[in-house]
Design a protein around this ligand. Sequence first.
Ligand code: ADP
Ligand code: ZN
Length: 717
Amino acid sequence: MVVGVLVELSSKNIDKVFDYKVPDDLVSSIKIGIRVIVPFGRMELEGFILEIKEDSELDNLKEIIDIKDREIILNDELLELGNYMRDVTLSTLISCFQTMLPKALKAKNGNVINKKFDTYYILVGDYSEIKLTEPQQEIINLLKNGEVLRKNLVDISLSSVNTLLKKGIIEEEKKEHYRLDYKDFKEDKHILTSEQQSVVDSVCDNSTYLLYGVTGSGKTEVYMELIEKCINDGKTSIVLVPEISLTPQMVNRFRARFGDRIAALHSALSDGEKYDEWRRIYRGEASIVIGARSAIFAPLNNIGIIIIDEEHSDSYKQSDPNPRYDAIDIAKWRSKYHNCPLILGSATPTLESFARANKGVYKLLTLPHRVNGKKLPEVIIVDMNKEIRKSKGHFSPILVESIEKRLSLSEQVILLLNRRGYASFVSCKNCGYTFKCPNCDITLTYHKSSNTLRCHYCGHGEKVFTKCPECGEESLNDLGVGTQRIEEELTNMFDCRVLRMDFDTTSGKGKHEEMINSFRNHEYDILLGTQIVAKGLDFDNVTLVGVINADTSLNIPDFRSSENTFSLLSQVAGRSGRSSREGQVIIQTYNPDHYAISYTKMHDYLGFYKQEMMIRRSLKYPPYYYLCNIKISGKNSDYIYGEALKIKRSMERNLHNTIILGPSANTIFKLNNVYRYNIILKYKDVNVIRNYLIKIVDHYKANSKIKIDIDFNPRGI
Ligand code: ADP
Ligand code: ZN
């Protein structure tokens, strides 16, 4: 017997299936989709069996050394999916398979997980003829309802347990101990509103549905109802949520309704815990999987529905490393494979998604109202150009007054500090002016080494001014402010308890959930945080949401900066006034007339959509054109720039109907002594582009001085 093995070697030029002979004692264990250990040069490597055959065309085959799995870990579906992923991301097949599996199943980590076992007792023998003591009777009564943990019976009476064991009435059973302990959650199932019900009734075939529902419109309730229908049909479900910050509240609500049918795959779990959850899913012990991006690969059979909540979130796209896949694409593929619906839910869908719904590519479902007729909160825009001089620190008088009022009423406040992204840009502290690229309408990035401002889409460059061209003040360069500083200002101004939440304070395991719970229990008055507080949280007692600085996300050098700002502000505004009390939102900004801000004030997604679509059309951005970012990196800046130019020229000769920008310096131009350039393509037909890029990737495969990474439909460049 010969097997074709795809070996685990992350080097870019080895992504091949090699033939190996199978020694006689292993023949009976060989299956496609298990891992084996094989000799490779002087190394021993792990690999996946992808083929089984009688013979090979090659002579002198080496033998496989051992097998690693008794059960198949890559089933037919995942094998096919891997090929699809390789084709759409242009990365190696092995990297695609590795991405699908929990870390613990990847090379090297394979053996470190020790399984833990719990001892249970079950009722097996006939006790009708036996005279039972009181504790014995008690034990049997418990076991009549099913297995019971050893510990709980021994607490009643160890000697009775032993007697019953000896008489063969009860038996011991060992079951794998899963590392997660689930608390009990109770949530009442709501009767759906007629809007919710009609959404549920509309979902029928394997289409992609866009569920556009305002914040608090009861989307989660709709998801749960759809899942319950699946359970009744004996089918399984996947629910994706953006990131761990959203997961505890969501998971708790799901667990309250569906109990331990839920498996949660989120990033706060240790590798061991993730592996436990993966195994529960694999064995069919969990039928509903909730998790972040990679949960889309959950090894479920018979999937009845896939739900992607907050579909606009960047986190569904893997930006780094390869394979740079989009979980929504994977979801579409699996929904076709399982012939089941895919639901994309959001209060602020991406322009691409909403445009698809308008064209009928997706089926549009809407929830235009909050549940029980609750109003969307009133939004007040504060013009900081006027208010900054009257402000205390970063707080305008109206925000101060409103916080004071909420505190006096024992209501709670959420404050968002909109932190800038990765890039540094120059802006005017006085009027908020930022420098933009005349070609791309993208905020220019500051490059310290050359003291210039550059567009990292097209490469356009300008020298830095010290005076603001708008207001003439010498007040350029805003150093930005952190949550700690705002916290100090708050505690100086008010007698209040501030809970600060950002990526630094939530990194501990379970920390985030703990914080959410303590805020819910009103151990704090104000929740202050970065983007993390905007997402999905549902607190009854919050009646004021304040945005300290709306502009930072507007200035991020990304063609989506308006969309991202609108989405962020609408999402955070949606945290206010979710109970019977009316909510208020106060947004401080230097750009009060910017449409991303004024449409937030009016809660007008459609208005924003129309205006933004016009801009996208005139500047040839998605959804009118697709984007692809070719990342070219290496240690020798001159050399890679030269090669990048060659690539660009050859593309100009060969790719028609394609706009080619760059090469331009990446926003993070130099990292660990590696220089990075981008070439950005705007195109209409992906097939032409893909075939050409395959050639380029191939051409540089064996060249160790340069690395080419392809990012289709990038989120952030
Ligand atoms: P969304 O996900 O759209 O923001 P949720 O599903 O979180 O909205 O619902 C908002 C709130 O309304 C939650 O507290 C939820 O329990 C409640 N809710 C949802 N549907 C109903 C309903 N049909 N009847 C009563 N309350 C509901
Ligand atoms: Zn430009």
